[in-house]
Design a protein around this ligand. Structure first.
Ligand code: UDP
Ligand code: MG
Length: 312
């Protein structure tokens, strides 16, 4: 029987969460009375996660497990699962129980109201102050820069219609941000509020550096506003420089030659050099991404798939 709902869960070193997750996810899904499948992607975990997932694939006919050849990141893990998903409605979910599985029926109900992407807003978000304020900043700048209307980019508990998933699969982007990519294909997106819990076991898999990389993916992957802003800054600074030169010229005739103030000039110069390097960095970020895309290397490598029809 083809599933109506596909649940997609990326897993990276989550040995302490998987059994609890399954114990809550499974009843939540059977309670809906529709055929479903659960696809876990093991994103190169170095703990017992894969072992536990293989057992789950054995015990539950609805479970399939994709084993990655290494750590390709949360978004690639979801992409790989999208490619083999079959449901009309595809729901993504974190493995750490921060998104309660009991909220899935609400998402499905909202999809059945005719929406093709249903996002979520984390009610009473349980993360550190630092993470929350960083997210707020990212959410605001992303909304401004991409023009997409989404309240909470970070929450991965989301539902996508088959058409949207098929379009995402056709993209084949190597570095991407799935909620934003889906938003570009959505014709009738919607958002609902869901509960949010603290991570139940283990630590966040996102270091500060990984978070910055992810946000670069979001900024440069969906907008060229950074480049345009930089061009504008260039124009404004050159106009400022012309005005300053005129001022110095006039001053020379009125007051006489300038001798002091060399260090002020140095300060100003360093400021502009800083801006220039920053700009080269932005351009480099785009060039790097173009290079990555044109090489057309595989985005991720699947070692094996367990469960379902691919039983081996
Ligand atoms: N994850 C992954 N690969 C990675 C990093 C994370 O598959 O390289 C998974 C992780 O196991 C979890 C989800 O992505 O299911 C979200 O990660 P995490 O909870 O660490 O992120 P946070 O909630 O701190 O944003
Ligand atoms: Mg989490």
């Amino acid at each position: 029987m083809t599933p109506y709902i596909s649940i997609v869960v990326p897993v990276y070193n989550e040995e302490g969460n998987l059994d609890n997750l399954m114990q809550r996810l499974y009843p939540a899904l059977t309670g809906m009375g529709r055929p479903f499948e659960i696809i876990f992607t093991d994103d190169g975990s170095r703990d017992r996660s894969l072992e536990i997932l293989k057992r789950l694939a054995n015990d539950y006919p609805e479970v399939r497990v994709i084993e990655f050849n290494g750590n390709f990141g949360q978004h690639m893990a979801i992409m790989a699962a999208f490619e083999i998903s079959r449901g009309d409605i595809v729901v993504t979910l974190d493995a750490d129980l921060q998104n309660p599985p009991e909220e899935i029926p609400k998402l499905v109900a909202e999809m059945e109201n005719g929406h093709d992407v249903v996002g979520t807003i984390r009610h009473n978000r349980q993360d550190s102050i630092f993470r929350k304020s960083a997210s707020r900043l990212v959410n605001i700048t992303t909304r401004k820069m991409t023009g997409m209307k989404m309240t909470d980019y970070g929450c991965m508990l989301r539902a996508y219609h088959r058409n949207v998933v098929d379009n995402i699969n056709r993209c084949g982007e190597a570095s991407t941000f799935i909620p934003a990519l889906a938003q570009t294909f959505a014709s009738s997106p919607s958002e609902i509020e869901v509960a949010h819990a603290e991570r139940s076991e283990g630590e966040s898999k996102y270091s500060f550096y990984k978070l910055i990389r992810l946000n670069f993916d979001l900024m440069t992957g969906f907008s060229v506003v950074p480049l345009q802003l930089f061009a504008l800054t260039g124009i404004v600074t050159s106009l400022g420089a012309v005005a300053f030169a005129l001022f110095l010229l006039v001053r020379r005739f009125l007051v006489g030659a300038e001798v002091e103030g060399v260090f002020t000039l140095f300060a100003i110069l360093f400021f502009f050099i800083g801006i220039t390097i920053f700009g080269i960095g932005i351009v480099g970020e785009y060039v790097g991404r173009i290079y990555q895309e044109v090489r057309r290397r595989p985005r991720f490598v699947v070692r094996r798939i367990y469960g379902g029809s691919d039983e081996g």
